[in-house]
Design a protein around this ligand. Structure first.
Ligand code: FAD
Length: 436
């Protein structure tokens, strides 16, 4: 006889783990099926380069209410990377050096003008479609909005590089509305947005959060259990996974990243409102690169720094995240996974040489998220039109199927916070349906 349960949750990333906790701890029998051999999904902490590194999601902030509630709930310690003592940026091919305030002053006019209408378009970032005219703004990509500002070459380079750091994609593919959403979630202040998205991290690694939720959840989590088929009707769901095992449940919660959702065999098929954005794909195709560097020639300490180049370089941003006696571990971001192999030391060295030929790359670490069959994307950055066309349909349940993912959240979509928000919502709605 086929195994029975109340709810199957597909995926043990943050969205799936939170969903499982909410339902399991309300008395429902929950089984989580996870394709990988580990928890966390796009949250992935590993001991590499002598440090605990986040190969996936990294930073969180107290302006992210769902994420911070978890920090408080589990008593997790928060720390930050070293404060930058110098900042490098490019003016044409010439390298400029100053402090972070100089760089911030350089990008401030562009950022301020680009984002001045943020709260008009998104008066309620927690309900992103509140302004019924948002489709008007959602037709533009970020590049064309930056071009309209007619910035000097220096300012333009600097603004573009900063946005690549945020958006991990070619800017002409990113919806302008992503920038509005991030800024609106920071109450309209771009400096705060910058801080919220890239400074504070969990001291002992983000896996402490995933593990804490999993331990707290009265649910059975099965790793190495890729789901291959989902059949559903109004009465329930049959899920096929692993080597052909089956589970029957009253409800299933699917937490797959947008880019791979259309590849899962679901019968009857999902609505076009979910399949179309998945086939179109998100814009999120960039890289995150980790590297341990030392001084070329004479060994010595490395001052904490930030460096911004231009959007067409393999890495547009790098910065120190950990400082050692004679080395430092840097993190970098680039717009396109086809331009650089983050696991190839020579390619990473060439990217660093753009700013600094005094640093030698000693070791590298990274993950090719675009080639990862269980993600095929980094963090959510939508293309123009996708938010206003698909958001409501992406969140909607379809019969016995419910959906949760950081990619379809309201407030901090594309962040840990969004994944948790979305897991909380799925937990609440599925519980209400099961009770009824
Ligand atoms: C490089 C990188 C940097 C980031 N930086 C930040 C950051 O600094 N701050 C921040 O807040 N966010 C960041 N993010 C985003 C954040 O990591 C994600 O938004 C969040 O972790 C998504 O959680 P999720 O549960 O929605 O999706 P996922 O974590 O992707 O979970 C989905 C799960 O489903 C599993 N799965 C897929 N297919 C199947 C299948 N067929 N059967 C069973 N299981 C399946 C996957 O293995 C995965 O575990 C970053 C992401 C990346 C990749």
């Amino acid at each position: 006889m086929t195994e029975q349960t109340d709810v199957v949750v597909i995926g043990a990333g943050l969205a799936g783990l939170v969903t499982a906790r909410e339902l399991g701890n309300r008395g429902h029998k929950v089984v989580v099926l996870e394709a990988r051999d580990r928890l966390g999904g796009r949250l992935w902490t590993e001991d590499r380069l002598g440090r605990k590194l986040e190969l996936g999601g990294n930073w969180l902030h107290w302006t992210q209410p769902h994420a911070w509630a978890e920090v408080t709930r589990y008593g997790l310690d928060v720390s930050r990377g070293p404060r930058s003592e110098e900042t490098y940026w490019l003016a044409g091919d010439e390298v400029r050096r100053g402090n972070l305030d100089d760089f911030m002053a350089l990008i401030d006019p562009g950022m301020t003008r680009l984002l001045e209408d943020t709260m008009k378009w998104l008066p309620r970032p927690d309900a992103p479609l509140t302004n019924g005219d948002l489709a008007e703004a959602d037709q533009y990509n970020l590049q064309e909005m930056l071009d309209k500002l007619d910035l000097s070459v220096d300012e333009r380079n600097a603004n573009e590089a900063a946005w690549v750091g945020h958006f991990n994609a070619p800017l002409d593919q990113c919806a302008y509305v992503n920038a509005l959403r991030w800024t609106a979630a920071s109450s309209g202040h771009w400096h705060l947005m910058h801080e919220a998205s890239a400074i504070y991290r969990l001291k002992d690694g983000n896996d402490t959060l995933a593990n804490a939720i999993a331990e707290d959840a009265d649910a059975e989590i099965r790793l190495n259990a890729p789901v291959t088929r989902v059949e559903h009707n109004n009465d329930g769901v049959t899920v096929t996974y692993g080597g052909g095992q089956q589970l029957q449940a009253r409800k299933a919660v699917i937490t797959l990243p947008v880019n791979i959702l259309h590849k899962l065999d679901i019968q009857p098929a999902l609505s076009e409102g979910k399949l179309a954005p998945s086939r179109e794909r998100t814009a999120s195709q960039g890289v995150k690169a980790w590297m341990r560097v030392g001084r070329r020639g004479t060994p010595g300490p490395i001052k904490p720094f930030f460096a911004y180049s231009a959007q067409d370089k393999p890495l547009s941003v790098i910065r120190t995240e950990f400082i050692g006696e004679n080395d430092a571990v840097l993190v970098g971001f680039g717009a396109d996974g086809n331009r650089i192999d983050v696991t190839d030391k020579a390619q990473v060295q060439a990217a660093v040489d753009v700013w600094r030929d005094d640093l030698e790359v000693l070791e590298v670490a990274g993950h090719k998220w675009g080639e990862d069959p269980y993600a095929e994307e980094t963090w959510l950055i939508q293309r123009p039109g996708q938010l206003t066309k698909y958001h409501a349909a992406q969140q909607a349940s379809e019969g016995a199927l419910h959906f949760a993912s950081g990619d379809i959240a309201n407030l901090w979509a594309g962040f840990f916070d969004g994944a948790i928000e979305s897991g909380l919502r799925a937990g609440r709605t599925v519980h209400a349906e099961l009770k009824a």
